[in-house]
Write a protein that binds this ligand. Structure first.
Ligand code: COA
Length: 332
């Protein structure tokens, strides 16, 4: 069914984490590291890790269910489920499994991959369907189980990542609560952060071969990624603010991808935003990739800190390389 064009509002949030968590002391039993090194360089103290029985789809479905309850929307009223993930249970996509688990039988469902920018890219993708009047109720889930692809012998990267899921309900609304956005990609920097496929030649017939193998563990140039984030993130937020005709003084909350506390501090400093406006929960979760923004949003909302009408500047950044920002108001 075709509806009239509308604005978009973020009307509910939810999140979910695997039950088990591993703190820095536990990690130092696995690789040569320490709580002191990890905490001072990253701000991370602990991370949740999914076990072999926990699926990405189930984590995503719990987060989605919590978001639906907050928004008071029935799963059967959802038109579209967008799953931002780089770690699906099924390479063909995991969004349909979430659709089935929720019983969202009228929803079309598909995955979207943009690594740690996935939630922001998904938010803007969802907005196009709502603004053009195609759909009225969308469930956007950011979920990742990067522990499956971490090199657990590489202390430079394994200390950073954790698993989790976050979700928001996005609804057509008289007033558009998405005030501005900007998205970017630079594939020339792909080597800085990736999970590459590596296949071995497998001959089929004379002169015909295919490449079969698997994905390699996360490969990262930490210094380059750090430099990229502290330069590009303030820039993209300023671009989105300009589009929204706002300044940093109008922002109630800075909601960055939870990669590293030092990145958050540097970005906030560049934007001249005080620490009390910067949302940070990475100490307990680490970098949960596409889940980190909705997870931090949900926690802050449920703690009663974010209030209806508050203006939030969200920014995701990561592999691709990709980066983006969205300025939106919480709820109708
Ligand atoms: N524990 C103890 N020592 C460690 C360590 C660990 N977990 N990881 C690295 N080191 C050591 C290195 O071996 C190096 O030792 P050396 O000088 O004897 O060679 C030293 O610490 C400094 O390493 P370096 O890689 O230069 O550290 P850094 O200051 O760049 O910090 C990161 C490393 C990963 C914390 C930092 O680069 C970063 O946060 N980058 C961004 C990564 C990111 O956010 N990625 C995801 C984006 S979505």
């Amino acid at each position: 069914m075709q509806y009239l064009a509308a604005g978009m509002a973020v009307t509910g949030s939810g999140s979910a984490s695997p039950a088990a968590s591993l703190d820095n002391h536990g990690l130092s039993q696995i690789v040569d590291t320490s709580d002191e090194w990890i905490a001072t360089r990253t701000g991370i103290r602990s991370r949740h890790l999914a076990n072999a029985q926990e699926s990405l789809a189930h984590l995503g479905a719990i987060a989605a269910q919590n978001a639906l309850s907050m928004a008071q929307v029935a799963a059967t009223d959802i038109d579209l489920i967008l799953l931002a993930t780089s770690t699906p249970d099924d390479l063909f996509g995991s969004a349909c499994q979430i659709q089935a688990e929720l019983g969202a039988k009228h929803a079309v469902a598909f995955d979207l991959t943009a690594a740690c920018s996935g939630f922001v890219f998904g938010l803007i993708t969802a907005a196009q369907f709502i603004r053009t009047g195609v759909y009225r109720n969308i469930l956007l889930i950011g979920a990742d189980v990067l522990s499956r692809w971490v090199d657990w012998t590489d202390r430079r990267s394994c200390v950073l990542f954790g698993d989790g899921a976050g979700a928001v309900v996005l609804q057509a609304n008289e007033n558009d609560r998405l005030l501005g956005f900007a998205l970017h990609s630079d594939g020339c920097l792909h080597d800085c952060l990736n999970v590459n496929y590596k296949g071995k030649a497998r001959p089929l017939t004379q002169g015909m071969e295919v490449a079969q193998g698997t994905y390699q563990p996360i490969s990262m140039n930490g210094k380059e990624v750090y430099r990229f984030a502290v330069n590009r993130v303030p820039e993209v937020i300023e671009k989105a603010l300009f589009q929204a005709n706002l300044s940093t003084a109008d922002i109630d909350w800075l909601l960055l991808h939870q990669a590293n506390q030092r990145i958050l501090d540097a970005v906030a400093k560049r934007l001249k935003m005080p620490a009390e406006k910067v949302i940070s929960n990475m100490a307990n979760y680490g970098n949960t990739s596409a889940a980190s923004i909705p997870l931090a949003l949900d926690e802050t909302v449920r703690q009663g800190q974010i209030k209806p009408g508050d203006t939030i500047a969200a920014s995701g950044f990561g592999a691709g390389l990709s980066w983006g920002a969205a300025i939106f108001q919480w709820q109708r």
